[in-house]
Design a protein around this ligand. Sequence first.
Ligand SMILES: Nc1ncnc2c1ncn2[C@@H]1O[C@H](COP(=O)(O)OP(=O)(O)OP(=O)(O)O)[C@@H](O)[C@H]1O
Ligand SMILES: [Mg+2]
Length: 369
Amino acid sequence: MRRFGTQGPVNPQEHYVVSRSEEIADYIKRVEQGKYVVLFAPRQTGKTTFFQDALAALVAGSASVEQTINYFPIQLNFDVCKNLTLPTFYEYLYEQMRGEIEAVFQRRRYVPPETLRGFLEGTTLTNHLSMMTFFKRFARFLEAEHDGQQVVLVIDEFDGIPQVALSDFLHTLRHIYISGKPRCPHSVGIIGVKSIAQLNYDRSISPFNIQDEFHLPNFTLEQVQELLGQYTDEVGQPFASEVIASIHKQTAGQPVLVNRFAQILTEELDIPKTEPITMTHFSKAHAQLLEEDNVHFTHLLTNIKKDSRFESILMRIMAREGGVVFNIFNDTIKELVTYGVIKEAPNGMCKILNPIYLYRIRKTFKPKA
Ligand SMILES: Nc1ncnc2c1ncn2[C@@H]1O[C@H](COP(=O)(O)OP(=O)(O)OP(=O)(O)O)[C@@H](O)[C@H]1O
Ligand SMILES: [Mg+2]
């Protein structure tokens, strides 16, 4: 039996998952056009899951987009790179790239031919220039031996790039991009929490102006229905439609909170599987979620306590009268958006992302009696 996942990326073998097919089709269109895409979004909003699914669909040619090109995916992750020196960073980058390239050949059941092995073993990356040369040579190799497959590079946890490497790394990608097609990488995906402007403390890449911004929205009501419906199809236990609507409303579709709600309802409240899940159950789950400690809330609360300006602006946003006009050029507002704490309401004011966050933030800053 599958489960609702709340720790890290989810996959359809072990978990119930929202297929995000429209967003995947949108991304694949951009890859077809050879775009260099950036996705900056708060923690636990489904970034890693999305790119895993999108690359799988891209390689299988299974999305609803007509694909004209065959792709060679390379997925990297800069999570543990923050304090690496430049040469160590490039050494590690190459180890990851090499592992990925070998894995793709293995999945495709090609034993890496001698030429590939020789090529991979004979390469050392030490800086951005050798990386550029490597991409050129790899493109030539694919051109000659593998009917010109195009490299799609995706870098997760991009915020982890060492500060010393950032500027040259991005300039190199920009250089490759503007040198025209065919280019290697054909498409790049950069994924992180902080945008490049926010990472670029010395403002040395002004700006990485080739980027195509991608947005990964929180789940719609239909997507919450899709997710919970998979459980009902498998187990036979229905959710009252009011419950589904309430979960969506309380979480505003925040992916991990939706899953956490479902987890409490299906695994922790001991509701007999023969009974439907009703609003009485929902209220219990809601009360539990509001008070519990979990990694997601720890992140949220650590972020809002980072800077004393956050408390005062959040108090004003939460006040019954007044409020704060949403202005993304205000640094404090921008940071709270980056952390996924606030968003712009339809009336142009700042709004806390969802009612559950609102409760937790109020409680955190409540004046001591
Ligand atoms: N397509 C999906 N279907 C169902 N749940 C999802 C989906 N995508 C994300 N989630 C939920 O969000 C959680 C976090 O997903 P994921 O690790 O992909 O996000 P992330 O943005 O990469 O997080 P982080 O910033 O911590 O790396 C999952 O554990 C799951 O609860
Ligand atoms: Mg991730």
